[in-house]
Structures are given as C-alpha cells and as structure tokens.
Design a protein around this ligand. Structure first.
Ligand code: SF4
Length: 361
C-alpha cells in the first residue's frame, strides 16, 4: 500500500546482512518452513514462552507437563518431549539459582525481596543492583532516522519487542533482554564483550525510548542451553556383561526417558550453575546509537534499491548457508528452485513478522 512504512526488525536486519536472498524470501515474500526443527530457535521460543506464561501468573504445566509422559514412538513428539524436558530442567534451576541470589544478597537490598516473591520480577544483580520489572514484553514502533540530518525515513520504520523495562533503586530505567545461547558465558568469555557491538541492544534502546522510557543501558539475562543429548539404548551386540553376569555401568537396556533426561540435566546444572546463568549490565552511549543508525540507514537504502530493481533473491550468499546450521532454504538454493515449488514444505505468510505478532503487536 502506498505510503505504508515497511518494517525493519533486528532479525530482518541480521538476515539481510547474512544473505539478501534469505531475507527477501522471508520478509518480502513471506516464506517460512512449515516444519522447522531448528533446535536453537525452538529452544529460545520455549524459553521465552516460559517467562511469558510465568509473568502472566499462569501455570507452566501447559508447556512442560507431558515431559514426564512415557517416551513416545512418534519421532516428532519424542523430539519435543526431550526439548521440553531440557527447558523445564533449566527453568527449575534458573528460578532456584536467582532466588538464592536474591534472598541471599548482603546489604540493604536483601530486605526488598521476601521468600515467595517472584524471582523473575525482582531481578537481582549480585553485589551491584536489584532491579524491579516495571513493564514486561514491550512492543514498539519507532521511526528510522538519518543521524546526520535527523530526517525520518519515508520508507522504513523500526519495530521490535523488548523483553521488559527494569527500574533501578535510583528510579532509572534499563532494557531487559533475555537470551539463551550455546556459547560460553562464563567470566573471561567473549560473549559479553561482543555486546558492545551488538545492534539489537541499540534497536531496543531506541524502541523503548520511543515508548517514553529514558534508558541508560540494558540488563542481559543470559542462559546457556544445556548441550546434553538423550542417551540411547546400547545396541544388543554391544551389551557386554561382567563375569558375574551383571552389565557394565555404561550399558543401557533402554533409551533414556524424558524424565531421566530432565533429572540428569538438573543435576549437571546444580553442579555448576554459573556456567548456565549470567546477568550483566551493558551500557549504550550516544556514539553507539549514532553508529547503529548510520549503518542501518545505509543498509535500508541498499535494501530499497534491491526491491526497486527486483534483485534481492538474485543475491545468494553461499558463505551463510551453514552459518547457523543448515539454512532452511538450502533445499531450494541447492537445486536452483524456489520455496513456491514446495508447497508442502514452505508456507507463504500474509504477515512475515511472526515474532512480533506472537508478542502481541
Ligand atoms: S541456502 Fe544459502 S544462499 Fe540460499 S537463502 Fe540460505 S543462506 Fe542464502
């Protein structure tokens, strides 16, 4: 529709930087895989759902309950059972860990939280600050501005959904961002150093400020995804027994059940919780916001030129095909076909910004 602004989200910008064809098929044309078993994405979605359901005061059983059902024969259900068992284990340990940090904190802030308080609402920041969640799931729309001229784009707008807005003891506001990752997040890793370059924090800062909050940074609440895989039954020909007829300790007669898997992960996390849970304050200054807007303005201009020349899908980037596991369009690119050729594999969405819709935008 004429004069209707197009949307730029963090995921669209990131996709565009990785592969113009992927971004064009996903956001201009609206193609999405019908069955996408991308573990990291599914895990992240479930993890955010758990926070969301909990923040609304609802029971989490709807998300996790059937983890303790007997193992299913259906491969897809089975995969979901293990995924939910993993998220469920992490959820239990997350609340256990951060509750202890809240209630065990030394100093005046320790009196703010009482046993039974919601550890997700009171966001403890060990030895530094205790933040209060004042707004959850903030969906925003903000103008894209050229930082050199302060002119607003007549083509593009920024949209997104921040996980929340926190308030510190001096009533200053910060953005809350929850992440799950497979990367090392412990002290000395590069995870938090890299955030100084991160565009998502800039887009959220601009977005949350457009809602009327003056912010001075972000609290990153990062959770590492457990890497454990469900254990399989030992093949019959390898089931060796000791002289007394008892099996060796590493012999399994059956696949690990989702409940056993859950218990094994809980035990591993409890042994080393700092490996899985970290929170940091990350500041954002005017220079970083300027750089974000300058680069995004240029990216948006180049994107518009691709749209007008109808050439986005003619710009594949083979270097990105396996950047985050196998790209979900690989079956098209590897056979010189198009997602429309596989109606049983890809659906065409009217609104390609599914994530924003799920957040209630
Ligand atoms: S398979 Fe590779 S070239 Fe094709 S859309 Fe994905 S990243 Fe781009």
């Amino acid at each position: 529709m004429e004069n209707e602004l197009q949307t730029l989200t963090h995921s669209r910008l990131r996709k565009r930087r990785a592969c113009a064809r992927d971004e064009t098929w996903t956001f201009d044309q609206g193609y999405r895989p019908i069955e996408d078993e991308h573990e990291a994405r599914d895990f992240g979605t479930l993890w955010h759902q758990a926070h969301d359901v909990h923040a609304k005061g609802k029971k989490l059983s709807s998300l996790f309950e059937h983890d303790i059902d007997p193992i299913s024969d259906d491969e897809a259900i089975r995969r979901r059972q293990y995924m939910r068992a993993k998220v469920s284990a992490l959820w239990v340990c997350y609340n256990e860990y951060w509750s202890e940090k809240t209630f065990g904190a030394k100093g005046k802030d320790s009196t703010r939280a009482q046993p039974g308080d919601d550890p997700v609402v009171m966001v403890p920041f060990p030895n530094v600050e205790l933040y209060k969640l004042i707004a959850a799931e903030q969906v925003f729309t903000a103008p894209l501005v050229n930082p050199h001229t302060m002119r607003k784009s007549t083509i593009w707008q920024l949209r997104g959904a921040a996980d929340g807005v926190l308030q510190d003891s001096r009533e200053r506001h910060v953005v809350l961002e929850r992440k799950s990752t497979s990367l090392d997040i412990t002290d000395g890793s590069d995870y938090f150093t890299k955030l100084s370059l991160d565009y998502q924090l800039s887009i959220y800062t601009i977005g949350v400020e457009s809602l009327g909050y003056e912010t001075h940074g972000c609290v990153y609440d990062v959770t590492k995804r457990p890497g454990q895989r469900p254990l399989k039954a030992t093949p019959e020909e390898k089931r060796k027994v000791k002289k007394d007829g008892t099996p060796y300790a590493n012999i399994r007669y059956a696949d690990e059940t989702p409940l056993e898997f859950y218990e094994r992960i809980v035990e591993a996390i409890r042994e080393d919780p700092e490996k899985y849970f970290q929170r940091r304050f990350v500041s954002r200054n005017e220079g970083q916001l300027f750089a974000f807007l300058e680069n995004t303005w240029e990216d948006a201009k180049a994107k518009r030129e691709d749209q007008l020349a109808d050439r986005g899908e003619r710009r594949p980037n083979p270097d990105a095909c396996f950047m985050y596991g196998q790209c979900h369009f690989w079956s098209c690119c590897s056979t010189a076909t198009h997602p429309r050729d596989y109606p049983d594999k890809y659906q065409k969405l009217d609104d390609p910004f599914v994530e924003l819709r799920e957040e209630g935008a």
